[in-house]
Design a protein around this ligand. Structure first.
Ligand code: ADP
Ligand code: MG
Length: 575
């Protein structure tokens, strides 16, 4: 006898359920997307005990007549596509006709529905995939699906559920994603009978974000200039420089109304921020992408979370440019040329004090006097009529306290110096005029074989950054000149630092990224000495910083300025 058997429908549904119904949050997603596909304007989601005990989704959508209500519980019953060709063009959220029977096969399942045209409503009760009753129902037009006792008949699956709190957190974040992707629909989320949030339908994504995440969150974002190129429309809100999170929990990429995981887009977005964010942090906000459904395939993941792009490079490029443009605009509108319009503190987007952690950087000692003046040209510039900050004074060894229009601001001297120096060095390198100092007596440095290889492979890039070196036999080099901002006493350490940087980037040659990595390391090195506080020096530092292209983070991405707004201070003091 052959070994192949056809699975019963019941088992087949349970197998399919394994794909669609990972956890309560995935049920919420399928049900809410069905409601959206049915044209609902209002959707209420209630859940209890992390969704394992109850999930109820109520909508005011089209509803179903009795025939459809029965049919929709059969596998591959869908009203959304008819042929394989339709698949590529599908614009609805669902199309596999799998969700409802899958969910019903692993729970106690109630469907009450009535069309908008009226007529009697229908209520269908199922348990473990078996239809138990079909009766008349007096529900309002629309549909209500109630899923209870999840996995009561598949104990093995139940074991995979995490604690109630974890499942609840997944449901809540799933609802956030859905609400971000569909701001036009009024959504309400109720947990154990208590309303967690209600977001009114709006055509304005910004309003939706405030409803979901609060005004403080929104203040950390800035609107993208909406663009449409090569059939790709981009819009949304992304975080200001310095504003990020170590995970992507508050970063939403919405592709044609679907929140998707798309590594190519994630990467392009992160690249656009460059050193405007600390390493390991991701921008916050919503990037909304609209493009031809033929340009990608959303039928690669059972829950349609992932998409496959046919031309990932085109979208990547568009996303990168859009992000860059936003950051550049932000910088040009906040930069402060002393002779032009002075910047007002209110225009400067500063990170909230609470969201930033400043990793301590090991300090180095220099025998020479502080190098702080190097990036900072002469002080005799004309006083602008209105300064964005008033200097209050030094704080500890590292900070300067400022008063801005919006509140209290702390400036990190070292991060600010690094930023200023980095940008000046970069300009010099680009024009081929790196300021270097010739050594009266060339210095011979011995390196490890590995470091020596790196150095000899990057001599040209080193020259662009102001180091003039010559191989001196074996693993030694003769150093004839070093960047002007470095102290003579530490040539060797500076070189080692540079080697380390180059090796960690894995880059070779003299391309811009190599030179950038080099001068980043040089500016870090040169700025590590102490700062002699003086009011005019402090003022100068602030002005130079605000002239930078990316004033809000050092080249390693640490913040240069952090702010406590007056409203935050008032809250803290209980005013
Ligand atoms: P799919 O969404 O992939 O079509 P589902 O199993 O999720 O498959 O749903 C099957 C069908 O049931 C849908 O195509 C739709 O016609 C109908 N349906 C499901 N939920 C609703 C709802 N909330 N309102 C109206 N019709 C619905
Ligand atoms: Mg569906």
């Amino acid at each position: 006898m052959g070994k192949i058997r056809l699975l019963t429908d019941e088992v087949a549904s349970q197998v399919a359920a394994g794909e669609v119904v990972e956890r309560p949050a995935s049920i919420v997603k399928e049900l809410v997307e069905n409601s959206i596909d049915a044209g609902a304007r209002r959707i209420t989601v209630e859940f209890a005990r992390g969704g394992c005990q109850l999930i109820r989704v109520t909508d005011d959508g089209s509803g179903m007549d009795r025939e459809d209500a029965i049919l929709c519980l059969e596998r591959h019953a869908t009203s959304k596509i008819r042929s394989a060709e339709d698949l590529a063009l599908v614009s609805t959220m669902g199309f596999r006709g799998e969700a409802l029977p899958s969910i019903a096969s692993v729970s106690r399942f109630n469907l009450s529905t009535r069309t908008r045209e009226g007529g009697t409503g229908t209520e269908i009760k199922m348990a473990g995939g078996k239809m138990e009753s079909v009766s008349d129902s007096g529900v309002a037009p629309g549909t209500e699906v109630e899923v209870s006792s999840l996995f009561f008949n598949v104990p093995a699956r139940k074991k995979f559920l995490r604690g109630e709190e974890t499942e609840a957190a997944h449901v809540i974040s799933q609802m956030q994603s859905l609400a971000v992707a569909h701001p036009e629909v009024t959504m309400t989320l109720v947990r154990e009978g208590r309303c967690l949030w209600k977001a009114g339908g709006t055509s304005d994504l910004g309003v939706r974000l405030v409803d979901l995440f609060g005004a403080d969150f929104m203040r950390r974002l800035t609107a993208l200039e909406s663009t449409e190129e090569c059939g790709i429309k981009l819009e949304g809100y992304l975080s200001k420089p310095g504003e990020g999170r170590p995970d992507r929990d508050q970063q939403f990429v919405v592709l044609n109304r679907r929140v998707v995981q798309c590594p190519a887009v994630f990467r392009a977005l992160r690249e656009a921020y460059g050193d405007a964010l600390p390493r390991g942090r991701h921008p916050l906000g919503v990037l909304r992408i609209s493009m031809d459904p033929l340009a990608f395939d959303c039928n690669v993941h059972p829950a349609k979370r992932e998409v496959r792009l046919h031309r990932p490079d085109v979208l990547k490029q568009a996303v990168y440019l859009c992000g860059r443009r936003m950051l550049d605009n932000l910088n040009s509108s906040t930069r402060s040329p002393a002779t032009e319009r002075p910047v007002r503190a209110a225009e400067i987007p500063l990170p909230e004090s609470s969201s930033i952690d400043v990793p301590h950087h090991p300090s180095r000692s220099f025998a020479s006097p502080p190098q702080m003046e190097f990036p900072v040209p002469d002080l005799n510039i004309s006083e602008p009529s209105e300064e964005p900050f008033r200097i209050i004074g030094p704080l500890g060894a590292h900070w300067i306290i400022l008063e801005g229009k919006d509140g209290l601001v702390l400036l990190d001297v070292r991060a600010a110096s690094e930023r200023i120096l980095f940008e000046n060095l970069r300009k010099d390198a680009a024009s081929g005029n790196a300021a270097s100092q010739n050594l009266l007596l060339p210095s011979i440095v011995d390196l490890t074989p590995k470091d020596a290889v790196w150095i000899s492979e990057n001599l040209r890039a080193l020259e662009l950054a102001g180091f003039h070196l010559e191989p001196f036999g074996g693993d030694s080099f003769k150093v004839e000149a070093i960047p002007a901002c470095l102290a003579l006493s530490d040539i060797r350490d500076a070189l080692l630092d540079v080697c380390l940087t180059l090796r960690s980037t894995g880059l070779v040659g003299s391309s811009q990224p190599v030179v950038d990595a080099l001068i980043r390391s040089v500016s870090r090195f040169a700025s590590s000495n102490g700062f002699q506080y003086g009011e005019s020096r402090a003022m100068h530092l602030v002005r130079e910083l605000l002239k930078c292209e990316l004033p809000y983070a050092c080249p390693q991405g640490r913040p240069t300025l952090i702010q406590w707004s007056f409203s935050e201070l008032e809250r803290k003091f209980g005013r």
